[in-house]
Design a protein. Structure first.
Lengths: 289, 434, 279
C-alpha cells in the first residue's frame, strides 16, 4: 500500500518532529545523565565523574519507600482502570435506555485535569468538612471523623481511589470502541450454538479485545508512572512519605532541596524501570501500524 | 454533525485568542513607569493584604514614576518559590521572608547587598533604631543584607471562655507542659471540641514546634550548630510528648499533620480548639474570622509553657519579618525606596494598628501610644529577650523539613516515635556533613 | 448485544450497576459545584452538608477579584493553543511520512517517538530549567510552550498517522498524476480530508497542555505568566483562600476541558484506536 519512491522524502517529513524531540527531550535527557554522574555543572573538575549519587540512592530509605509507594500506586490504579473500564464498557455496549446520558456520565471524570481532581478529592476526604466523613457520620457508621489522608494505612488507598475515578473512563472509551468493532455475527453464531453469556465474553470479546487492552495498559502504565499533579495537590506526599511517588521525590530534590545530581539519579532510575517494564508492550503495540 | 461541532470549537478558539489579545494590550500600555514587584505571603490575606496595598498606593502617590506590583505567595511555598526564581535569574525585586530563610539566601547569592544603600542613608545612624537581635538576623560579615520590619515572640494563645466553660481557671493558664496536657484533656470533647492543635504542616512549623522542643530543654542542633542534638533525652521527651498528644491522649482534632498556621487559627476561631501557639497576629486574625467569638475579649496570651522544674534562659521562638532585594532587579534605586518606605516608623505604626505586630524599631515600640496601651504587647515584649531564632545557618530550612517529615510519620503511625526521631537525627547529621 | 432473553432481573442488575457508576462518577462534580456556592460558615460545618443551605456567589466574586484569574485563564489559553498548534503541524508532517513511506528503521523510529514518553517529565524538567536559564528563556511563555510540546508531540504523531492511514493512498497518487508535487498532495489533498482528525489531535494536545502542572510549576515565576492549573495550586495555602473559592476556581478551570472532551470523544477514540480496531 505504501509508496516506495524517493525514500529520502520520508525523512524530510519526519525531520521537524525528530529534531524537536532531540532538542527538547534528547538533550535534557543526556544532561540529566551527566548531572547524575556529577559530570555537568560541577565547579571543581569537569572531567571526573562519580557514582556517588547512585550509591547514595541505594542507601536511601526514603528512595526505597517511594519506590514501593510508586509501585503500589501504579499497579493498583492501572489494575482498577482496566477492571472497571472493562466492566463499564461491557455495560455501555448493551441495549440500554438513555445510552447517551450514561456514556457522557461515564467519561466525565477523565475530562478533569489531574491537578484539579487532586484538589476535589482532597476536599472530599477532608476529615471535618469533607463529604465522605459526613455521609459516614450521617449513616451512623462512624463516631469520630476518619483521617483519610493523615493515616499511614489509609492515605495511599485514598489517593489511588481518586486516581481510579479520574483515569478509568479513558480505558473504558478504548475498550468500548474495541467492543463495538467486533462483528455481531460472531455473537449470533455463538448464541445459536448455545454459548452462555460468560462463554461469549471469554471466547469472543476478550480475544478480540486483546490488542486494545494492551494499548490501554501501555498508555495507562506510562501515564501513571509519571503522575505528578494529582499527588502534589492531594497530599504532597504526606503523611511522612506515605504517598510520595518517585516523581514527587525527584521534584523535591531538585526544586526544594537543590540536590540536582541526586534528583537526576533518581529520575534516571525511574525512567529505566519504566522502560524495562513497558518497552516490550510498546513494541508489540507498534506492530502492524 | 461533526462539521457543526468542529466549527463551534473553532469559534471558541478564535474568541479565546481575541480575548487574550484584548487583555494583553492594556497591560502593555501600563509599562511606561518603573514597575517594582513585591512578594510577600501576607498579601494573601484579606486584611493584611489590603493594608499592604493601601501602603503601596500611598507610596505610588509619593513616587509617581514607580508602580508597585504585588505578588502573594503561600507561606508554605515561600522558600521554594523565591529560591527557584532566584536560580532562574528572575524573581520579585523586593520580597519579605520569615527568619528561617535569610542565611540560605545569603549563602547562595540570592540577595542583594544593601550595605551601600544603608551607607548612603547614614550607616550606623540609620541602623541604630533597630534592635540588635533583629540586625543579627540580616547581617553577615558586617554587611547588611536586609532591613528588619517586625519582631515578636511566640506565645500560648487560649480562649478564656472555653476555659471557664470547662471548669478551668482562665486566670491561671498552663505554665508547664504537664499542666498543658491536663488542660487539653479537660477541654477535649470530640467530635466538636479539642484541647489544642500544634502546627505540623510546613506553613508556620518553624515557629511552633521548636518552642516545645526548647521548653523541654532540647534543641535541634548542638551549640556550635555543627551536629544534630536530636539524640538527647530532652529531644526524645519533647518528640514523644507531641506524638502522645495526638495518638495517646487524642487532644488534637483529626489530621493534625495537615494543619498549618492558618488552619490552626481557623480551628481556634469557631471554638473547635481552645489553645494554640500563636502571637500578636493571632488576635486580629481570629477575631476577623469569627466576629461572634469576640476575640479581643476572650482570647488571652501567656508564655509558651516550660517543662516543670526547668529554669531556662531562652525557650520560645522569635518571629521576624524582614525585607530583601533581589540581585536580579533592574531598578535597585526604586526598590530601595520601597524597602525604606515599608520599614519607616510610620508604616510600622500602621502595621501595628492592623496586624498588632511589634516593630523592629525601638522608637516605635517605646513611644507609639496604641502599643503602650495594648493588653498583649507588654506580655509579648517581655518574652522577646527569652526567645531566639532557629540556628542561623543555610541548612535550617532543609533540617526543618526533614524533622517535620519524621514528626508527621510518627504522629500518623507510619513509624514508631523512637525510630522516626533516630532517622531524623541521622538525616540531619548527613545534611550538616555535606 | 442482543436484547433477546434478558430477564427482568438481569435488566435490574444492569441498571443498578449503571446508576451506581453514575453516582460514583458524578458525585464529586456535584460536590464541587455545591461547595462553590456555600458560605464560609457552611463549608466549615461538621458533618458537612451536601446541598448549600444558603446560596452565595461570593466565592466566585472573590476569585475574580483576588486571584488574577482572568490573566491565568488567558495565559493557559495562549500557551496551550500554541503548544497544540505546533505539535499538530509538526505531527501531521511526521504522521504523513510514517504513513506513506516504507523506509529503513521506520518501525524503530516510531517506537522511539512513543518511547520518548517513557522519559518522565521530572527527569527532563531540571536540565531543561538549566537550559532555559542559560539562554534567558526561564519565566517566559516560549520556554513553557516548547517544553509542553514534548508531552504532546508523540501523541500527535501517533494519532495523525492513524488518521492519515484512513485516507487511501490512491488519492495522493491521483493528485500527483495530475501534476501535484508530494507537498501539494499533502497540503491540498490529504490535510483537508483528515481535518476532523487534525482538530481532534489539536484539541487533545490543547487539553494535555492545559492540564499540565509540573512544567509550569518549574518554569514560570511571574504572576502575569501563570497558567490556570499553577494559579489554583498556588492558591492552596494562601490565607484568604477557602474551599469554596478553590472549588469555584476548579470549576472555571475545568470547564473548557469538560466541554471540549465531550465534543470530541468519538474522534479521540478513533485517533487512539484506529490502528488496533481495524482488524
Amino acid at each position: 500500500m505504501r509508496l516506495r519512491t524517493k525514500e529520502y522524502e520520508a525523512y524530510l517529513f519526519i525531520l521537524p518532529a525528530l529534531s524537536m524531540l532531540i532538542v527538547i527531550l534528547g538533550f535534557p535527557f543526556v544532561m540529566a545523565i551527566l548531572m547524575s554522574l556529577n559530570l555537568a555543572w560541577v565547579k571543581s573538575s569537569l572531567l571526573g565523574f562519580t557514582f556517588e549519587n547512585y550509591s547514595r540512592l541505594f542507601r536511601d530509605r526514603v528512595f526505597y519507600n517511594d519506590l514501593i509507594v510508586t509501585f503500589s500506586f501504579v499497579v493498583s490504579t492501572v489494575g482498577f482502570h482496566l477492571l472497571l473500564g472493562l466492566g463499564v464498557a461491557l455495560l455501555l455496549n448493551m441495549e440500554i435506555k438513555a445510552k447517551r446520558f450514561f456514556r457522557v456520565a461515564a467519561i466525565l471524570p477523565w475530562t478533569i485535569p489531574d491537578v484539579i481532581a487532586g484538589l476535589i478529592w482532597r476536599f472530599m476526604f477532608d476529615p471535618l468538612s469533607g463529604i465522605i466523613n459526613s455521609v459516614l457520620a450521617r449513616l451512623n457508621l462512624i463516631q469520630l471523623p476518619i483521617t483519610w489522608l493523615s493515616d499511614a494505612r489509609l492515605a495511599l488507598p485514598s489517593v489511588v481511589f481518586a486516581e481510579v475515578w479520574r483515569g478509568y473512563p479513558f480505558v473504558m472509551l478504548l475498550l468500548l470502541a474495541g467492543l463495538q468493532s467486533i462483528p455481531q455475527g460472531l455473537y449470533e453464531a455463538a448464541e445459536i450454538d448455545g454459548a452462555s453469556a460468560w462463554k461469549r465474553f471469554w471466547y469472543i470479546s476478550l480475544p478480540n479485545l486483546s490488542r486494545i487492552i494492551m494499548i490501554a495498559f501501555t498508555l495507562d502504565f506510562i501515564w501513571e508512572c509519571r503522575r505528578f499533579g494529582l499527588v502534589y495537590n492531594m497530599t504532597g506526599g504526606n503523611p511522612g512519605h506515605a504517598t510520595e511517588v518517585l516523581s514527587l521525590y525527584v521534584y523535591k530534590n531538585y526544586f526544594v532541596f537543590f540536590n540536582f545530581g541526586y534528583a537526576a539519579a533518581i529520575a534516571v532510575v525511574l525512567a529505566l524501570i519504566m522502560m524495562l517494564i513497558s518497552f516490550p508492550y510498546l513494541k508489540a503495540s507498534m506492530k502492524e501500524l | 454533525m461533526l462539521r457543526r461541532k468542529l466549527s463551534a470549537v473553532a469559534l471558541v478558539f478564535v474568541l479565546a485568542i481575541v480575548l487574550a489579545i484584548g487583555v494583553q494590550s492594556p497591560m502593555a500600555q501600563a509599562q511606561k513607569k518603573v514597575t517594582i514587584t513585591y512578594a510577600d505571603w501576607q498579601l494573601g490575606q484579606v486584611i493584611w493584604g489590603r493594608i499592604l496595598r493601601e501602603s503601596f498606593a500611598k507610596f505610588e502617590r509619593l513616587n509617581p514614576n514607580i508602580k508597585v506590583q504585588d505578588q502573594p505567595i503561600a507561606l508554605a511555598q515561600l522558600g521554594t518559590k523565591l529560591s527557584v526564581a532566584a536560580m532562574g535569574g528572575k524573581g520579585p525585586d523586593v520580597f519579605a521572608t520569615t527568619a528561617d530563610l535569610p542565611r540560605q539566601f545569603i549563602d547562595n547569592g540570592w540577595l542583594k547587598d544593601l550595605t551601600p544603600f544603608v551607607e548612603k542613608e547614614g550607616g550606623e545612624k540609620f541602623l541604630e533604631d533597630f534592635y540588635p537581635v533583629s540586625l543579627k538576623l540580616v547581617t553577615v560579615d558586617g554587611k547588611t543584607w536586609g532591613i528588619p520590619k517586625n519582631i515578636v515572640a511566640m506565645m500560648l494563645v487560649y480562649n478564656s471562655q472555653m476555659f471557664k466553660d470547662a471548669g478551668l481557671d482562665p486566670s491561671n493558664p498552663p505554665k508547664n507542659w504537664e499542666e498543658f496536657l491536663e488542660s487539653a484533656k479537660t477541654l477535649t470533647k470530640p467530635p466538636t471540641q479539642w484541647g489544642t492543635v500544634i502546627v505540623m504542616a510546613k506553613a508556620g512549623f518553624d515557629l511552633r514546634f521548636p518552642g516545645i522542643l526548647r521548653g523541654h530543654g532540647g534543641s535541634f542542633l548542638t551549640k556550635d550548630w555543627k551536629r544534630s542534638a536530636l539524640d538527647s533525652p530532652q529531644a526524645k521527651e519533647a518528640f514523644n510528648y507531641v506524638v502522645d498528644l495526638v495518638r495517646k491522649y487524642k487532644v488534637m482534632p483529626p489530621g493534625p499533620d495537615a494543619v498549618g498556621a492558618n488552619e490552626a487559627r481557623r480551628l481556634l476561631a469557631p471554638k473547635k480548639v481552645a489553645m494554640i501557639i500563636g502571637t500578636m497576629w493571632t488576635i486580629p486574625e481570629v477575631s476577623g474570622m469569627n466576629p461572634d467569638l469576640h476575640g479581643w475579649e476572650v482570647l488571652e496570651m501567656t508564655p509558651v509553657p516550660i517543662k516543670k522544674g526547668l529554669d531556662l534562659k531562652t525557650h520560645t521562638v522569635l518571629y521576624q519579618k524582614s525585607l530583601f532585594m533581589s540581585p536580579n532587579t533592574e531598578h535597585p534605586e526604586e526598590a530601595w525606596k520601597l524597602i525604606k518606605f515599608i520599614t519607616d516608623p510610620e508604616q510600622m505604626q500602621t502595621w501595628f494598628v492592623w496586624q498588632s505586630m511589634l516593630s523592629c524599631r525601638k522608637s516605635v515600640n517605646e513611644t507609639f501610644p496604641p502599643i503602650l496601651q495594648s493588653k498583649y504587647a507588654g506580655l509579648v515584649a517581655k518574652e522577646i529577650p527569652r526567645g531566639d531564632f532557629l540556628p542561623l545557618i543555610p541548612q535550617t530550612p532543609e533540617i526543618l523539613d526533614t524533622f517535620r517529615s519524621a514528626l508527621t510519620s510518627a504522629v500518623t503511625g507510619m513509624e514508631a516515635a523512637d525510630a522516626a526521631l533516630a532517622r531524623a537525627h541521622a538525616e540531619i547529621n548527613e545534611i550538616l556533613a555535606r | 448485544m442482543s436484547k433477546r432473553n434478558t430477564s427482568d432481573l438481569t435488566r435490574l442488575l444492569i441498571y443498578g450497576a449503571l446508576i451506581f457508576i453514575c453516582v460514583y462518577n458524578l458525585a464529586p462534580f456535584l460536590w464541587m459545584i455545591f461547595s462553590s456556592l456555600k458560605t464560609e460558615a457552611e463549608v466549615k460545618s461538621y458533618p458537612a452538608t451536601f446541598l448549600p443551605h444558603v446560596v452565595t456567589l461570593e466565592p466566585y466574586a472573590n476569585i475574580l477579584v483576588w486571584g488574577g484569574f482572568i490573566t491565568y485563564f488567558m495565559n493557559s489559553a495562549i500557551i496551550s493553543f500554541s503548544t497544540a498548534f505546533i505539535s499538530s503541524f509538526v505531527g501531521a508532517l511526521a504522521g504523513y511520512g510514517f504513513s506513506r513511506y516504507t523506509f529503513k528503521g521506520r518501525t524503530s523510529l516510531m517506537t522511539v517517538f512513543l518511547a520518548s514518553q517513557l522519559l518522565p517529565g521530572v527527569l527532563l524538567v531540571g536540565p531543561y530549567f538549566r537550559m532555559l536559564t542559560l539562554i534567558k528563556l526561564y519565566d517566559t511563555r516560549i520556554g513553557l510552550i516548547v517544553a509542553q510540546t514534548t508531552i504532546t508531540l508523540p501523541f500527535s504523531v501517533w494519532m495523525l498517522k492513524s488518521f492519515i492511514d484512513t485516507v487511501p493512498v490512491e488519492i495522493d497518487q491521483a493528485a500527483m498524476v495530475d501534476g501535484a508535487s508530494r507537498w501539494q498532495a499533502f497540503f491540498k489533498v490529504v490535510l483537508p480530508l483528515i481535518a476532523p482528525g487534525i482538530v481532534a489531535t489539536t484539541i487533545f494536545a490543547f487539553l494535555l497542555a492545559w492540564g499540565d502542572l509540573l512544567w509550569a510549576l518549574c518554569l514560570l515565576s511571574s504572576p502575569s505568566l501563570k497558567t490556570v492549573t499553577l494559579g489554583i495550586t498556588e492558591l492552596v495555602g494562601q490565607f484568604r483562600i477557602r474551599w469554596a473559592e478553590l472549588m469555584g476556581a476548579s470549576i472555571i478551570a475545568s470547564l473548557p476541558c469538560v466541554i471540549l472532551y465531550l465534543f470530541l470523544q468519538s474522534a479521540l477514540t478513533r485517533g487512539f484506536t484506529a490502528g488496533a480496531v481495524k482488524q
